[in-house]
Design a protein around this ligand. Sequence first.
Ligand SMILES: [Zn+2]
Length: 194
Amino acid sequence: MQPNRRLSDFLPLKFANGQEIKQFSKPCVSCGTMLHAKDMNGVARLVEDHIAIAAKAHCHSCGADFGVACVINSQKQVKRVVLPRLLFNWYLRSLPLQERETAPQAMVRNLPLPEERDAREDAAELARMTPPASSMQPREIIRATETLGRFQEKPIPAWLILDGTRFEFDRIAPDARTQEGEYLLDGCLIYRAS
Ligand SMILES: [Zn+2]
């Protein structure tokens, strides 16, 4: 079994499609200070086309310790892991180095909407991102006053009305990558037409 190490020792990790994760950051759950891979101890592994992370972060600012367990796909979307972090950490450390058969995908699910309240906890900020311009340029944007939590100190509106069409919050995309029919708000929040 591999020992836990500073996460920064595992980076960069490269996906088969050439995308690379050079940095992994996450705000402290208690004070919001941005913590980086060097502040986290655990394991980061490339498993199939996912990068799986199970670590414990230590905030140098307020002293808080908290767990980080997530999987990043080759589109750099971050998903939460359902398994308890310690079990996931153990699983990742136990994988033989060349393991390719076992995908962590089975342990991952897309978050249903109410759990997006924890989105700030789920999201990792990936360095060196240049957000592509959103193709959608609505003239009028109405933001819901109802919010689903906060991400990087900004509220996440539950929905938007863009030129009269309602869009529901879909996900956080630290790489600002949108698909057809989606709208990018504040550089990282993605909404879909409902
Ligand atoms: Zn803190």
